[in-house]
Design a protein around this ligand. Structure first.
Ligand SMILES: C[S@@+](CC[C@H](N)C(=O)[O-])C[C@H]1O[C@@H](n2cnc3c(N)ncnc32)[C@H](O)[C@@H]1O
Length: 332
């Protein structure tokens, strides 16, 4: 039976995606219990079909069917609310975007070749596809990153020692939550957000013109695989080195070229080993293989790339239950 359930994993993912797109979790007030037909009215759905969806979701613990047949929230369904403080609404959408469904059936090919199948399926690389052909998916990506990166940024800012740091560079920093959290932590700090042009254009409003951190921020559109044209004494690179190894090598080399001698480079990643989030991280690892030919790192694989680049690894610390920080230094 377990294997039967596993091969229907797509039904589980599809059901959670449908709940997120319908706004089911938002339509059900916390503490109340509603029938499928009332909920169907609220989310504009077919009552019978919605009852079937809710039954399937309840079997996974997302919503709970009461003895009177109505449905109530569970801790998991609450996290699908868009306004929940620990919301996974956009993560649920991101992990099940339409392009993912075209990639999974080709996992065997990717495993044979060891590389991405994305260009073959979509005619171009993943990030250009996202920006140029799938703007809705790009927006979901930004929001998913925003949700998870706000909390992670606060966790990282708490554990990073900024003593003596004057110039921080957030490479592939997305909307710049890590940068904003660091600038807020240390009022004398200045910082640069380096990311692809479309991403930098949507930087956090705190960092943009008129924002409270704008005077200490430089927004730098660019490609860190080509160059890192900014000198700093702390470089943070979080959840970026998950692509192919050559891109990681080039990026680390570019940081080494730009950094002041003795500068710190803090690399933050989810690891596939020694983590309580094994199933999630290993699934992301396979998705990365499919879309960018990338990988989530193990402690050893990241250590090997860091050492090969010539960075000195000082230590590895835990940022939170899912993230580890590799503290490295550019040789003097
Ligand atoms: C998984 S997100 C991580 C974002 C952010 N560091 C965080 O942890 O919230 C990967 C980021 O790398 C950026 N990126 C991808 N290719 C890049 C490149 N060649 N140069 C700079 N940034 C890049 C993406 O736009 C995206 O913002």
């Amino acid at each position: 039976m377990r294997l039967r359930e596993l091969v229907f994993g797509c039904a589980c993912a599809g059901a959670v995606r449908a709940a997120a797109r319908l706004g089911l979790a938002d339509a059900l007030d916390d503490g109340s219990s509603l029938s499928a037909s009332v909920l169907a009215e609220r989310v504009d759905a077919h009552p019978g079909a919605l009852a079937r969806l809710l039954r399937a979701l309840s079997s996974y613990g997302v919503f709970e069917q009461q003895p009177d047949g109505t449905f109530a929230h569970t801790s998991m369904s609450r996290m699908l609310r868009a306004d929940a403080p620990d919301s996974l609404h956009h993560i649920a959408l991101w992990c099940t975007e339409p392009w993912t469904w075209q990639l999974w059936p080709r996992l065997d090919e990717a495993v044979r070749t060891g590389g991405s199948v994305f260009p073959e399926v979509f005619g171009k690389e993943f990030f250009p596809y996202l920006q140029e052909d799938a703007p809705d998916s790009a927006r979901v990506f930004d929001r998913a990153m925003t949700g998870s990166s706000r909390q992670a940024a606060a966790d990282l800012a708490q554990v990073l020692d900024l003593t003596g740091v004057t110039e921080v560079v957030d490479i592939g920093g997305g909307q710049g939550h890590v940068l904003a959290a660091l600038l807020e932590k240390q009022p004398t700090l200045r910082g640069t957000l380096l990311d692809l042009p479309q991403v930098v254009a949507g930087a956090d409003t705190r960092l943009r013109d008129g924002g409270p951190l704008a005077s200490r921020t430089r927004l730098l559109p660019g490609d860190c695989r080509r160059t890192v044209p900014v000198s700093g004494d702390l470089y943070v690179i979080k959840n970026v080195l998950e692509w192919d190894e050559n891109s990681t090598r080039r990026t680390l080399r570019n940081i080494m070229k730009a950094a002041r001698p003795g500068a710190s480079v803090v690399i933050v990643e989810n690891l596939v080993d020694g983590t309580p989030s094994m199933r999630f991280t290993s699934a992301m690892d396979l998705l990365l293989l499919l879309n960018v030919g990338g990988a989530k790192h193990s402690r050893d694989s990241l250590t090997a790339l860091i050492t090969e680049a010539g960075l000195r690894l000082g230590g590895v610390t835990t940022v939170n239950a899912y993230l580890h920080a590799f503290h490295t230094t550019v040789p003097g």
